[in-house]
Design a protein around this ligand. Structure first.
Ligand code: NAP
Length: 184
């Protein structure tokens, strides 16, 4: 398979990965409203070997563990069990802090991919260091959205147009420049 070029996820880096349609739509009726084979190939290459943190609803939508990745699922339901192929390797935690601590102690050489959905992208936004957004200029109905990408917080650093969508990378705007902290 052709290797696609992108910046790999570094150890400890926290990268949110999402396919985002017009108006921020990412989910509809518990599923993804859009997918594309080339985008999926890039997703697989970007995430291979890393830790994937996702909400219980997103895991249910996928229906199995992602092979070749370490899967951590967030749920408040202590009785919930992972299901589907590879479920025995899935780790289940009751919050984001527990997920990040588990990732850091168990797989310190791996980076972290935040795989959504809407609730978990929002929850993880303060600790996310990079956004890898597949920007899809399509208006489809949906009931789950990606959080606002605040231009005060995020700067677009790369944009790669593809067939019907673009891969867009955002990094956090530095807050420790010469004007920070503000002097009084
Ligand atoms: N387009 C994309 O790239 C993309 C990517 C991923 C997902 N999606 C879509 O997004 C939708 C799912 O998103 P969603 O927002 O409905 O759900 P979600 O974020 O996948 O999962 C939400 C669930 O995670 C658990 N959770 C959330 N915050 C938690 C916390 N602080 N502590 C412990 N557990 C917590 C809860 O599980 P319990 O209810 O079990 O307690 C909650 O119901 C689906 O349609 C999916 O297909 C799209």
């Amino acid at each position: 398979m052709e290797e696609l070029s992108f910046t790999p996820i570094g150890p400890g880096e926290v990268v949110a990965i999402a396919a985002v349609l017009t108006d921020g739509v990412i989910g509809a009726d518990g599923d993804q409203p859009w997918s594309d084979p080339a985008d999926f190939a890039r997703f697989k290459q970007l995430t291979r070997g890393h830790v994937m943190i996702m909400g219980r609803r997103t895991y249910d939508a996928i229906g199995r563990a992602l092979p070749g990745r370490h899967t951590i699922v967030l749920t408040r339901d202590s009785g919930w069990r992972a299901h589907g192929k590879g479920a025995e390797a899935v780790r289940v935690v009751d919050g984001l802090d527990a997920a990040l601590a588990l990732a850091a102690t168990t797989w310190p050489e791996s980076g972290i991919g935040i795989l959504g959905g809407g609730e978990v992208y929002r929850l993880a936004m303060p600790v996310t260091t990079r956004l890898e957004i597949t920007e899809v200029p399509l208006r489809l109905p949906g009931d789950v959205t990606f959080p606002e990408i605040d231009p005060q917080q995020w700067r677009e650093v790369d944009r790669r147009p593809s067939d019907g969508f673009s891969w867009v990378t955002y990094r956090r705007v530095a807050v420790d420049g010469p004007d920070w902290p503000a002097t009084t």
